[in-house]
Design a binder for this molecule. Structure first.
Ligand code: OOG
Ligand code: MG
Length: 253
């Protein structure tokens, strides 16, 4: 079963797609999906990548409907996946990339187990507008829940905007506007992310605990998309504006 991690790794490296695992191994469970995900991260860390955080996925109804899957999941983020605000987003080695407007948190202390809303919020030293760039390694971007977990929740890159102190902003209902070349292409509110984006941190810590893991201090956490994902191509000027937070800009090449 773990050999699927190698196949996914090769697809990620060589810009090829593969059949979803459940075509050849229909009994794949969610736990096995996470084992394959972990093995894939081990392969990447063996090549020098470093885990710097996690992404939550499928935390909004918009995304669950778009992808026909029904419950939140998590994946890993590594240093190699981070693109700085204002920089170029290189699509050369991507298969069928899409972007998602998100919120990111940065943690100041280790979190584990069941934590309260206040504990989660006060543990975060920064919050910002963020983009999740996803790029499924599966043909036609189609999968079941265990498949997408095995594929590190389609993660490719992420971008974090200018940071703010989370204690200074009410994050529960901020307007989210994603625009490409000056045109709005997706809009929603942060309420779409599990009612409040900090719930993604609480949920992530709980899910990590079930896998005998904790959320380390100084981790990035992507809260999940507030809207459907939008296809991405080269030469796009991308701006994400979230009321109360500073805007984020990148351009694809
Ligand atoms: C799975 C990843 C979903 C989100 O923010 O909901 C995700 C996918 O749609 O490929 O990143
Ligand atoms: Mg996402």
């Amino acid at each position: 079963m773990l050999e699927y991690a190698k196949k996914l790794d090769e697809a990620r490296l060589h810009k090829t797609t593969m059949d979803k695992i459940t075509l050849s191994y229909p009994q794949l469970t969610l736990d096995e999906g996470y084992l394959i995900q972990k093995e894939g991260i081990r392969l990447r860390c063996a090549r020098g990548e470093r885990v710097i955080g996690f992404k939550m996925g499928l935390t909004s109804d918009a995304k669950r409907k778009q992808m026909h899957v029904d419950c939140p999941i998590y994946g890993f983020l590594t240093d190699k996946m981070m693109i700085q605000n204002g920089e170029a987003l290189p699509l050369k080695n991507r298969i069928h990339p899409k972007i998602e407007p998100e919120i990111a948190f940065f943690t100041g202390k280790e979190l584990k187990g069941d934590i309260s809303f206040e504990e989660a919020l006060s543990a975060c030293t920064a919050v910002c507008a963020a983009l999740d760039v996803i790029d499924s390694r599966y043909t036609h971007f189609q999968f079941t829940l265990p498949d997408v977990v095995a594929d590190d929740c389609s993660a490719a890159f992420f971008v974090a905007g200018p940071a703010k102190d989370p204690s200074t902003i009410d994050l529960s209902n901020l307007d989210v506007t994603l625009s490409i070349n000056g045109e709005t292409i997706a809009s929603g509110t942060t309420q779409a992310i599990s009612g409040h984006p900090i719930h993604s941190v609480i949920q992530l810590v709980k899910m990590l605990h079930a896998h005998h893991l904790t959320l380390p201090a100084n981790s990035w956490v992507l809260a999940g998309s507030a809207t459907e994902a939008v296809p991405l191509g080269p030469d796009m000027q991308i701006t994400l504006s979230i009321t109360g937070l500073d805007p984020l800009h990148v351009h694809s090449i």
